[in-house]
Design a protein around this ligand. Sequence first.
Ligand code: GCU
Length: 655
Amino acid sequence: MNPDNSRRASPRSHPRLWPAVAGPALLLALSSAASAESALANVYARQGVDMGTMEGFPNPPAMVRDRQSRPAPHATSLNGKWNTIIDPYDVGYVDYRGVSQDALARPTRGFALDRRQQDKSELVEYNFDTSPTLTVPGDWNSQNDRLLYYEGALWYRRRFDAPKSAPGNRLFVHFGAANYEADVYLNGWRLGRHVGGFTPFAYEITGLAKEKDNSLVVRVNNRRRPEGVPAMNTDWWNYGGLTRDVLLVQTPGTFIAQYHVGLKAGTRDRIEATVQLDGPRKQQKITVTLAGLGLKAEARTDASGVARIEFPAAQIPLWSPERPALHDVVLSSETDKIADRIGFRTIETRGTDILLNDKPVFLRGICIHEENPMRGGRAYSVEDARMLLGWAKELNANFVRLAHYPHNEHMARVADELGLMVWEEIPVYWAIQWENADTLHLAQAQLTELIARDQNRASVVVWSVANETPITPERTRFLKTLVDTARSLDGSRLISAAMEVHGDKHNPDLRIVDDPFGEFTDLVSFNQYIGWYDGLPDKTARISWSIKYPKPVVISEFGADALQGWHADALTRFSEEYQEDLYRKTIAMLRKIPAWRGVTPWILADFRSPRRVLPNVQDGWNRKGLIGENGTRKKAFAVLKAFYDEVEQRAVRGK
Ligand code: GCU
C-alpha cells in the first residue's frame, strides 16, 4: 500500500513529487534507459497510480496467497543476510544542504544507486558489498548491541536474479512490514515510500527487474515523529528495520488481487464471496470451491474486475475456540487460482452479551506484544506465533488482544488453527495529532491495510481503533472516523478501543466509564490499574463502578509488574506475590460488574520498553508479564488459569 497509505493521501503529507499528468511524460524526457522508465510509467499507469504520491500496490496480502498458477513457485524469498549502512545523518539520502531527491523517479546520487567504485580515482564513499549485514526478517535493535537504542535511518541492500517467469506474468516485491518508513529502490529507480510500521506493502517491478543481478535498496527510518501513528511516546520498544518477510511474487497478467469469503450477514447457512481481479482481462468467470463440503459456485466479474457470489451452505461446520473448523477454499478465474483455509462463524453483541455463533461467550483473554522475549526482539515467524499463542492456550484462554499494532500475519492464522479469538488494533496510542488530516489518513490507511490482510481470518472478532486516548472533541471525531472506516470495510466484526476510567471527586471509591466515544463502539472496553497505578490491591474490595453504556464490558488491561523469581510478601512491589495478590483481588472486583463479558490482562510476557528504567528490576523491561523474559511462569499465571478453568466449566454447564 501507499506512502501515506490511502488513495486520499493529501499532497501536503508528501513533497509533491510530480504533477500526475506530467509524470510519465517528464520521466520519458528525463531518462535514457527507455525500457526501464517506460516499464515504470506503464506499471504506474496500469495501476492508476498517481506519480505524485508514488503509491505502492493496493492490497498486497492477496498477492502472497498460495497461488496455484504456473510457473511455480510463485513466491521467492529474499530473506537472509542483507548488507546494511547505518545513516544517522542521512548522508545517503540528502545533500549537505539537507535536500533530498524524493522528487526524482531516478535519483542521481545517494545510497539508492548502490554504486561501486569503477576505478581507483573514482570517489564513492560507501560500499554495500563490504558493509556489515543484518538478518531479514528481523529488527536491527536486537541483532547488534550498538543498535539497541538506535532510531534513525538504516539502509538495506539485497542483490537478486529475477525468478524464471512465464510470458505475460507480473513480478512484485512484497514486504510483510518495515518500521516505520521505507523508501524502496530497484536498480536505482525509486519505487515508492511506505509509512507505517506494521502492515504489508508491495511494488510492481515487472519490466524493471533485470534477469540477473538486480539491486534492491531499502532505506528504513524508525525516527519517531509527532504527526506519526504511533507518535512520540510508547511503552514498547521502537524496533526498526525490515521486521517481516521480503518476497518476490510472481502473478499471471491478470490475477486475483483481493477476496473476501465469509458467512452472509445475519445467516449461518449462506456464504458470500467477493473477488477482485487486477490486470487487463477484467471480465472473467470466477469459481469458488469448498471441495471438502461439496460446495461450488460461479459468477462473472464486471467491467471493474469485481464479482460477488452468494450460495447456500447448509450445515457448514462453524469455527469456534472449542472446534476451530477451517475449510479449504479455492478461488479460481480463467487466468489465476489461489487457495486459502477459512473458518466460518458469526460474532455479534445482543444487549450486554457477546454472541459467538449465536451463543453467549465470555472472552478469557490475555494481551500480547509482538515480541519473542527469549530472543528479545520483534516476533515474526510462524514458530514465534506458535510459542506465544501456545502460552495463551496454556492459560486456557480463548481470546487474545494483539497490542497495540497489527502483529504479523502468522498470529491470526495460527489463532485460526488453535481456536483463539483475536482483537487486532492499530497504534493510535496515547497522544496523537488529532487535528492533523495526514495523521488521520495514516491511521485510516493502517486500519484499511490490516482489514484487507486479515478479513478472511475467522479468529479475528474485534477491530480496535485506539488505546488510552484523551477525551477531547477532536480525538473523538478522529476515532469516530476510524470506526466509520472499519464499518465501511467490514461490517461483520465488533469495533472497539481501549478506553480509560476516571474517578469521582465526591466518591473516592467510585470509578466511572462514560467516555463519549463509547457510544460508537460495540463493546465497553477499558484499561484499569486499581492496585498498581491506583492504590494497593486491597483497594479493589471497596471499588464500585458506574458504566454509562448498556453494552458488554471487556476489561482490556489490568496488571502489575513482578520480577520473575523475586519472592516477598504481597505488599512488596515487583514481587511475584504482589502480582499474584492483585490478580486474585482484581478478579473478585470484576465479578461484581453485571455486564462483565471478557478480560485481557496486561500482559502474557515481559517485554522491552525504554520507559522502564528501574535498575535490577526493570532494566528496560516492562515486568507485567505472567511469564518472565526467560519463559518462566510467575505465580499469577496459575491464578488466571484457575479462573479461566472455572469460567470454562461454568460455560460447559451452561451457567
Ligand atoms: C498502559 C498501556 C500499555 C502499558 C501499560 C503499563 O495501559 O496501554 O501499553 O504498557 O499500561 O503501564 O504497563
